[in-house]
Design a protein around this ligand. Structure first.
Ligand code: SF4
Length: 86
């Protein structure tokens, strides 16, 4: 279970991962995600999640990734490509 190593699960303010884009809390959550050891697994999970930041991707970015396919291996490859960009 990758979730046991999630940095957000140990953070004193996990609600930051559900904060609106453009806020300090949102930017902080995304920054923390970038150094999280389970970011890849989390981003893959995020494809199927309707709320929150997953793997450092907010729902706008996840919507962009979802636009190609339903959750499947191809979408995960797109997520991996996006992870490599940011
Ligand atoms: S990548 Fe971000 S949202 Fe995902 S487990 Fe890590 S800290 Fe939490």
């Amino acid at each position: 279970m990758w979730q046991v190593n999630a940095q957000c699960a140990r953070h004193p303010d996990p609600d930051m991962w559900f904060s609106p884009a453009g806020t300090i809390e949102h930017a902080t959550a995304v920054r923390i995600c970038r150094s999280c050891s389970v970011r890849r697994d989390c981003a893959h999970q995020g494809i199927t999640e309707p709320y929150g930041i997953w793997g450092g991707f907010d729902q706008d970015t996840l919507d962009y990734l979802r636009g190609y396919r339903q959750p499947d291996i191809v979408t995960k490859q797109l997520v991996d490509a996006q992870l490599a960009r940011v």
